[in-house]
Design a protein around this ligand. Structure first.
Ligand code: NMN
Length: 233
């Protein structure tokens, strides 16, 4: 029915297992969390519901239960280079991008959506954002991105892709729409932007030109100090 992939099988086991794995093995510094309650809060947002009627606020309890501090200078934002960012971040050891925080770790690369008929979850297909904006996944990543930006402090790192055909800083993106407007200026010291081209890829965008110029002006207009490095090693 829908264009997107259906709910990942064994979703409940994956969510609960990832939660325990995170708090016990990957990053015990976040302290004790109730993983069963976290699953309950997650499913509460979308199970047995119309797949196009899930709002970011439906995940508020989930966000509150998974929340932990992101150490200053450890936040890493990105666009179009997920693999590189997460390899570099090294499971929260070097940096803590959203996908390496508990709220993002649990849901990363999963698909999920509800339906009003039995069994309350659609394993066949899920709506994409072009089909309906208020879908379970989109709303989840919106509130997760907003929250992550709000709790980030110190030097904020942004890793962008200089080989991206749409520009390193696409103007419609999770970063531009949900993260950039939500930084708390009182707790942010400055921005450090890295523009990395793909290995053997084209150099389409770089510091100070094209879309990076727009990002610079946006940060200026909000009174932030920023620096940019091309192909930082
Ligand atoms: O998925 P895109 O639009 O490239 O978004 C990346 C940005 O938005 C990152 O700065 C990240 O903090 C956030 N985000 C992360 C995930 C994820 O880790 N799976 C998903 C959606 C948004």
């Amino acid at each position: 029915q829908w264009a997107g992939p259906g709910t990942t099988h064994n979703l409940e086991s994956i969510v609960i297992g990832r939660c325990y794995s995170y708090i016990r093995v990957v990053n015990p510094s976040v302290g004790e969390k109730n993983c069963l309650q976290i699953w309950e809060a997650f499913q509460l947002a979308f199970v047995n519901k119309d797949p196009c009627s899930v709002l970011p606020s439906d995940y508020e309890l989930y966000i509150n239960l998974t929340l932990h501090k992101i150490p200053p200078n450890k936040s890493l934002f990105w666009e179009n280079n997920k693999l590189l960012v997460h390899r570099y971040a090294d499971k929260a050891q070097r940096f803590v991008p959203l996908g390496d925080s508990l709220m993002g770790w649990i849901a990363d690369d999963l698909d999920w959506c509800g339906q009003t008929n039995y069994p309350g979850v659609d394993y066949i297909s899920c709506p994409t954002t072009s089909e309906c904006e208020n879908n379970a996944k989109e709303s989840f990543w919106r509130i997760a991105s907003v929250t992550y930006a709000k709790i980030s402090s110190g030097i904020i790192y942004i890793m962008l892709n200089g080989s991206s055909p749409g520009g390193a800083f696409p103007n419609e993106s999770f970063f531009a729409d949900y993260e950039l407007p939500n930084f708390q200026s009182a707790q942010v010291s400055r921005f450090e932007i890295w523009v990395n081209d793909e290995i053997e890829g084209p150099d389409l965008d770089s510091c100070g030109t094209g879309s990076l110029k727009s990002l610079g002006s946006l940060l200026d207009s909000r009174g932030y100090t920023h620096s940019c490095t091309d192909n930082y090693r």
